[in-house]
Design a binder for this molecule. Structure first.
Ligand code: GTP
Ligand code: MG
Length: 413
């Protein structure tokens, strides 16, 4: 089986990383008003909402995922989320939980930077008022940069000598040095492609090495900004500032604490809530719904506040969109392996599209096969209509995304 896609949640202490994790998963990560509540990384499965293939073929009533869910063609596909300890300025020198935190990040394919947009915590996560969160975006990027740069520079002299002695290519040498960040050759090649007229590695000066590290970060850690704590009255002005300063960054306004609260109320049958939307219904709205419980005045007021401060103003709590933004950044495509390419079932029964995995756009179908089937001998691969697909053909949106792998008899061990 291939590696799973992992989305890392990063940010300073108390920005709301664990709350965001909890809002997107069934996890129960410890949340606290004090910095460094989280020390060991929490991993949990979130659900990326996509339009399921069952809708394309009008088979919604037969869609029963093995993992995740599908409701009327809206499918939640499992995706791994990683919540790490808070990062503070100079973490790369070992401050806070420093390098440990940074190493926990290596397996992430992209990052969600949780920014406390309310300005109610300082750079170290301690309670304050009027802090400018604009600072956090810059120093956090810089910490990751300094960490990678520092690791490279530490042994650069000998790396360069060996590079020359073994007559390696720039790509080969960098692959050895950066492979530890869970980066394959293709990823490193893509990073190097970002630098026009790249000189050979033995001629790099400090400035060129820095350029290479920035390029590597851009490809290894594409980042979505989560401007969190939007329910706070000071958040608005900070958000405008951040968006003005970083117009090219993908930024999503979130209130993860609100999402956690709404999901909890929904599970206790106090409200009907469709995550990712602005729709919350209470017994007052749906008096005929036998499952809904009555609210006391305090709870009713809180819900009214949430509607006014978050849902009607921003359209939702933002967390579902946050995951979608990260998936877009990674260009993830849902791929459905099926046994029977004609009716999309798993071979027996009439339930369709039982499995779905997320792969990057442009992945060759043979890599998808390896990821799903492991080390078996594939005779050929088919897509919709039973049409044969060549092994190098790639996956794209609505193209080669429904696949059936035909094995050479007896090849499965
Ligand atoms: N107002 C508001 N508070 C929030 C929101 N999200 C989190 N908080 C609060 O912020 C504090 C820190 O939340 P955590 O989720 O523990 O933060 P963290 O980033 O995981 O912190 P560390 O584990 O210490 O790095 C808690 O008191 C949360 O209740 C939000 O959307 N709005
Ligand atoms: Mg935490």
């Amino acid at each position: 089986m291939g590696r799973e896609i992992v989305i890392g949640l990063v940010g300073k202490p108390s920005s709301g990383k664990s709350t965001t994790l909890n809002s997107l998963t069934d996890a129960n990560a410890k949340v606290g008003a004090f910095p460094f509540t989280t020390i060991d990384p929490n991993k949990a499965t979130g659900y990326l909402e996509i339009e399921c293939a069952c809708k394309r073929f009008k088979k919604e009533d037969k869609c029963k995922p093995n993992y995740g869910y599908c409701r009327n063609g809206k499918r939640g596909v499992p995706i791994m989320l990683l919540d790490v300890a808070g990062l503070v300025p100079n973490a790369h020198l070992g401050r806070g939980l420093g390098n440990k935190f940074l190493s926990d990040l290596t397996e992430a394919d992209c990052l969600i930077h949780i920014v406390d947009a309310s300005g109610s915590t300082d750079a170290e996560g301690k309670a304050t008022r009027g802090y400018d969160p604009l600072n956090d975006i810059e120093w956090l990027q810089n910490e990751i940069f300094q960490w990678i740069l520092g690791n490279l520079k530490e042994k650069w002299g000998s790396v360069k000598r060996r590079h020359i002695a073994t007559k390696s290519t720039t790509l080969e040498t960098l692959r050895q040095q950066l492979g530890g960040y869970v980066a394959n050759k293709q990823l490193i090649a893509n990073a190097l492609d970002l630098i026009p007229n790249l000189p050979p590695l033995q001629d790099w000066d400090d400035e060129m090495l820095e350029k290479v590290v920035w390029a590597f970060m851009e490809i290894k850690f594409p980042t979505v900004l989560s401007l969190n704590k939007m329910d706070h009255p000071d958040a608005d002005k900070n958000v405008s500032k951040i968006i003005l300063k970083y117009p090219k960054s993908k930024a999503i306004l979130t209130s993860s604490i609100t999402e956690v609260f709404l999901r909890k109320l929904a599970s206790q049958n106090f409200i009907k809530y469709d995550p990712g939307t602005e729709f919350v219904d209470t017994k007052e709205d749906l008096p005929d719904d036998p499952n809904l419980r009555d609210l006391d005045e305090k709870l009713a007021n809180r819900i009214e506040n949430i509607r006014d401060l978050v849902l009607y103003r921003f359209g939702s709590t933002g967390v579902v969109q946050l995951l979608q933004a990260a998936a877009d950044l990674l260009q993830l495509i849902p791929v459905y392996p099926v046994r029977n390419i004609n009716n999309f079932t798993g071979g027996n029964g009439d339930q369709v599209f039982r499995d779905c995995i997320l792969v990057k756009k442009g992945t060759p179908v043979i890599n998808v096969a390896r990821k799903i089937m492991g080390d078996v001998t594939i005779a050929h691969i088919e897509t919709i209509g039973g049409i044969k697909v060549s092994e190098e053909d790639t996956v794209d949106k609505n193209k080669n995304d429904i696949l059936s792998f035909k094995l050479v008899p007896g090849s499965r061990t």
